[in-house]
Design a protein around this ligand. Structure first.
Ligand code: DQA
Length: 140
């Protein structure tokens, strides 16, 4: 089982970035948490601040069993990322650390959600674990 965990812009700064909103754990803490929890899964972890590079990572995941994707701010703007998810035919779960629906109105809309298997928002890093669980054991 092969899963890509992909994080978008500014998430490289997790740990110090707006800790009241995003917590104090870093992206490498997330990777350790995930790898420790799911020892039998072959994970690829990637982060990019660049839309085109995120598209390349999505294309590279063709044939994988799933993608957990926090597209960060691109969630709310990117037709190109949405088209990439639609193009690759890999179950993709959109994840957000914060509850985007409890925040500014411009965060309430996701360009990606309609082409994703599901969306998890507001559960911090636990959201990534739940998304992986759902990819491993899809509901019927
Ligand atoms: C985020 C929410 C987005 O609105 C924001 O732009 C981010 C992070 C989250 O994980 O809560 O950068 O995706």
């Amino acid at each position: 089982m092969q899963i890509l965990v992909l994080n978008g812009p500014n998430l490289n700064l997790l740990g110090t970035r707006e800790p009241d909103t995003y917590g104090t754990q870093t992206l490498s803490d997330l990777e350790s948490l995930v790898r420790t929890r799911f020892k039998d899964v072959d994970f690829q972890f990637a982060q990019s601040n660049h839309e085109g590079e995120l598209i390349d990572y999505l294309h590279g995941a063709r044939g994988y069993d799933g993608i957990v994707f926090n597209a960060a701010a691109y969630t709310h703007t990117s037709v190109a990322l949405r088209d990439a998810i639609a193009a690759i035919d890999v179950p993709t779960i959109e994840v957000h650390l914060s509850n985007v629906h409890a925040r500014e109105a411009f965060r309430h809309h996701s360009m990606l959600a309609p082409v994703c298997r599901g969306v998890i928002s507001g559960l911090g890093m636990t959201g990534y674990l739940l998304a992986i669980e759902a990819l491993i054991q899809p509901s019927t």
